[in-house]
Design a protein around this ligand. Structure first.
Ligand SMILES: [Zn+2]
Length: 164
């Protein structure tokens, strides 16, 4: 094995999974692990992974996505669906320790009509919430005021995934 080839068990799932060039969830999933910080990837499972949303509603807004490129939630293999839920639990646990939110909004937008930004690749949103943040955001209108950069959030949040 050449020295620059790393043991990356998740790569097998990538090769097997249907892909779509131009889909950012596929591209980040298939990027080398050393680019995970630049891609804001926090954790890689066997069939799914966790990343920070580039357009967060609140600080720490996560996306959980399968490596498989599909728009159809009901067509995910049971093992993939199981892992997506386990990673959602993991994200919630990490965020609770990271920033003590008062609650979470967790869900999927399936289809453009439901507001999905990337309708062709299913993903779960995990949005930490604090009492009063709705009023805060309503006051600001379209401006999403995030108290730190995504890179800062990534760097501070990453250790909480390693400790779980
Ligand atoms: Zn995709």
């Amino acid at each position: 094995m050449p020295p620059d080839v790393m043991w990356t068990p998740w790569r097998k799932e990538f090769i097997m999974a249907p892909r779509s060039p131009g889909c950012f969830l596929c591209e980040k999933a298939r990027s080398p692990a050393e680019q995970d910080p630049a891609n804001l990837v926090l954790h890689r499972g066997q069939r799914a992974y966790i990343l920070l949303n580039l357009y967060p509603y609140t600080n720490g807004h996560l996306l959980i996505a399968p490596y498989e490129h599909t728009a159809e939630l009901e067509e995910l293999e049971p093992e993939t669906a199981d892992e997506i839920m386990r990673l959602t639990q993991r994200g919630v646990a990490a965020l609770k320790k990271f920033s003590q939110p008062g609650g979470f909004n967790i869900g999927l937008n399936l289809g453009r009509a439901a507001g999905a930004g990337v309708p062709e690749h299913v993903h779960i949103h995990v949005v930490p919430r604090w009492s009063g943040d709705v009023n805060f955001m309503a006051t600001l209108g379209d401006t999403r005021l995030i108290p730190e950069s995504l890179d800062q959030t990534y760097t501070r949040l990453l250790p909480y995934f390693h400790r779980l």
